[in-house]
Ligand binder design. Structure first.
Ligand SMILES: [Zn+2]
Ligand SMILES: [Zn+2]
Length: 203
């Protein structure tokens, strides 16, 4: 089976289609057929190869990525196939948590894979979602998104988590949401709107 990708072949240039054989999931891996993948502002910076820091300063972000590369980290789709040790149902509708760590460093050891020192972040350091398929290293990164739409569910994996983190920081004493953002996204939105007058102009 082939997979089609919109690949970053050169920084500062438009993405181009590349076609490769889809990987066969091994062990705990799952192959997800992508239904929606959001375009994050970070994708535009990575396509440029740098972030602007103001005053003409740039942060180069070309390191740690081999071209051609597949950007995209706001992914939702269907489980296409799984490895023999994966715990996922083929055909299940899932959002894909992209902030995947190495599983061995101190940050990963306490569950902070998003700040891993050797990250495997989908669409950032390993191939992501601007494609027909994405390979996910473990089924625990797959989140049932019912009853949301796939476009909304995918965007929550970056935009939604950013808002969630801001709420947690601003309202540490308010237990508005238990678990991860996959528990009930409607509450995230409702609470964000309800709390907006309380947490300043910058949000
Ligand atoms: Zn993002
Ligand atoms: Zn790690």
């Amino acid at each position: 089976m082939q997979m089609h990708r919109q690949s970053l072949n050169a920084y500062g240039a438009p993405l181009c289609e590349t076609i490769v054989e889809a990987p066969q999931p091994q062990g705990t891996e799952a192959l997800v057929r992508i239904v929606r993948c959001g375009v994050c502002h970070s994708d535009l910076h990575m396509q440029d190869g740098y972030f602007l820091l103001g005053d003409g300063k740039k942060l180069d972000v070309q390191a740690g990525r081999t071209l051609p590369f597949t950007l995209g980290h706001e992914i939702a789709g269907l489980v296409e196939s799984i490895g023999p040790d994966a715990d996922a149902e083929p055909g299940a509708k899932v959002a894909v948590y992209p902030w995947i760590g190495c599983g061995r460093c101190a940050a990963c050891g306490v569950g902070d894979e998003n700040i891993c020192t050797a990250p495997r972040h989908l669409g950032i350091t390993v191939d992501g979602g601007f494609a027909t398929h994405v390979l996910v290293p473990h089924s625990r990164y797959l989140i049932d998104y019912a009853p949301l739409t796939p476009g909304y569910a995918g965007a929550l994996m970056c935009s939604g988590l950013t808002a969630y983190a801001a709420l947690k920081r601003r309202l540490p004493g308010l237990n508005v949401m238990g678990g991860c953002c996959g528990t009930d996204h409607r509450h995230v939105e409702q609470m964000a709107m309800a709390c907006k007058p309380l947490w300043g102009q910058s949000n």
